[in-house]
Design a protein around this ligand. Sequence first.
Ligand code: AKB
Length: 316
Amino acid sequence: MDNILVLGCAGQIGSELTLELRRLYGDSHVVASDIRQADKDILESGPFEILNVLEVQKVSDVVKKYNITQIYHLAAILSGNAEKNPLPSWDINMKGLLDILEMVKELKVGRLFWPSSIAVFGPSTPCKNTPQQCVMDPNTVYGISKLAGERWIAYYNKRYGVDTRSVRYPGLISYKTEAGGGTTDYAVEIYYEAIKNAAYTCFLSEKTYLPMMFMPDAIKATIDLMQIDAAKLSVKDSYNIGGMSFCPDDVFKAIQKYIPEFKIAYQPDFRQSIADSWPQSINDDIAKHDWGLSYVYDLDKMTEVMLTEIKKKFGK
Ligand code: AKB
């Protein structure tokens, strides 16, 4: 039986991934950890440890204590926030990965999941139907750290036989935990503001297309990748996963079908140039071929769920 450690369980992905892993592997087999206290549903459903990925000795103690066989290392500073604090963000994203890679190698932890991002692409990358392999010239701290991280996990895989697995997440949308500090966060905020105020001021321009994915599809993709036989995996750095592609105006119109009075204004900020350097849509044929990547949600299906669930949260 696998024992799993989630680093960064209180974040947008971790808060949902941890609960799904506990459902699949059993509560006591999934150790949740974060630098801060997690939500009640995580604290009450299984083991939890306060861990900072920059304190690798403490992480290593927890790995030994629970006989951990798989790690999901989700702790990172996202694109927008990393631009405000380049060097500390580099440290968390990069040193935080290298120390964990070395520990996984030394302790012979069976498998490591580490998320990459569409941020590995840059202005010279073909921006439509972006292929798995192409020019990558990220110009954000976050993107540079993700691209370097991809090379490092591939290196540990090839040189030391560490079983590393990764996907390049597009923007992720969920109603449970709000995103923090990303460029794609507008696609979460817009739903909250639609319910709370029937109005939203968007920090990206109307027609900024980006690849996006609803959290249930992202969680399923992540766990599917971790469960597949290693021999099926042809990509050693990180798999493209595309989801859907839409712009703020598309989300606005999708919400207006439910809330006709909903209004939007556009005030692009520094995140516009980040978004402009990223792909608009992603080619994920290799992930579909190697491990059966598939999706359930399109913009309309996702909008229905987002609005219903956020209304429940606010008792509306
Ligand atoms: C961000 O916007 O920084 C993230 C990402 C695409 O990796 N959501």
